[in-house]
Design a protein around this ligand. Structure first.
Ligand SMILES: [Zn+2]
Ligand SMILES: [Zn+2]
Length: 269
């Protein structure tokens, strides 16, 4: 898999614009245009990051929303309305967004987990994950290449393991270190929510799941949605190194997504 900054002559790839509890957005590059996966920054910040990675906003054909939390939806309506592109989300997400003023885009399309769709020449498959609000993760497939993207999940269910198998590129949440979470000044109820089955994926559970998530064709891993207060990129890197060694998968490269800046584009074709 090549990593380049220009989208020219490539047909399928992924650029994470930023990931963490203060905002999430990713561009999925397809043969017939680009998709925006979540829009959890301000519209201004989102446009700046698109410019930084040389993605023309007019190349975006649709927005896919994983769940209603504001770190995934804050610019959804503005970007969707301004660019005149549809936003895809679940009916439950629509209900939650409808409770706030100005959060529902004019052009919305409701999707169901388990019902795939074809967008921009990409086979897009949403599937349910366990979180404290109805949430979905996605796989994106073009010909023989597959990207899996799963953040905001309390645990890696058998469904998630099945859906995320066979990915060339896997983006997986490593939200918190259990020790740092326990030692943090957060209220006990919040700590329990984060560490619960409907919360976020901690480092140990993510590392454990790699045994089943990595396929022979997996070449790249991205750890995402790290808590700034309760995690540390250096610690995740250390855990990943040792886990990949243990699994004899040193052929897999990994990166850690940042809240503050985009990662380089992963090109699969
Ligand atoms: Zn989130
Ligand atoms: Zn969330």
């Amino acid at each position: 898999m090549k990593q380049q900054t220009s989208a020219q002559s490539h047909a399928f790839g992924c650029t994470i614009l930023g990931s963490g509890s203060k905002g999430n957005a990713t561009v999925i590059h397809g043969p017939e245009g680009n998709l925006l996966l979540d829009a959890g920054f301000s519209a201004k910040e989102l446009m700046c990051r698109l410019e930084r990675v040389h993605v023309d906003p007019c190349s975006l054909r649709a927005i896919l929303i994983t769940h209603d939390h504001s770190d995934h939806t804050s610019a959804c309506r503005i970007v969707s309305d301004r660019l005149g592109i549809p936003a895809y989300f679940m009916p439950e997400t629509f209900c939650e967004l409808s409770k706030c003023t100005n959060k529902v885009p004019t052009h919305k399309i409701l999707i169901t987990p388990g019902s795939p769709l074809d967008l921009c020449g990409i086979h897009v498959e949403p599937f349910s994950i366990s979180h404290d609000t109805p949430a979905i993760a996605f796989t994106f497939t073009v010909r023989a290449h597959k990207i899996g993207f799963a953040t905001d999940l309390g645990f890696v269910s058998n469904l998630a393991k099945a859906k995320l198998s066979g990915c060339d590129l896997l983006v997986l949440e490593t939200n918190y270190d259990p020790g740092k979470l326990r030692a943090s000044a957060r209220p006990l109820t919040l700590k329990r929510r984060i560490a619960g089955k409907q919360g976020h994926l901690g480092n140990p559970d993510a590392m454990e799941a790699l045994a089943e998530l990595l396929s022979p064709n997996t070449r790249n891993l991205v750890f995402a949605h790290l808590s700034q207060e309760c995690n540390d990129p250096a610690l995740v890197a250390e855990l990943a190194e040792s886990r990949l060694t243990e699994l004899q998968r040193q052929d897999v490269s990994f990166r850690i997504a940042s809240q503050f800046e985009p990662l380089e584009t992963f090109w699969l074709e």
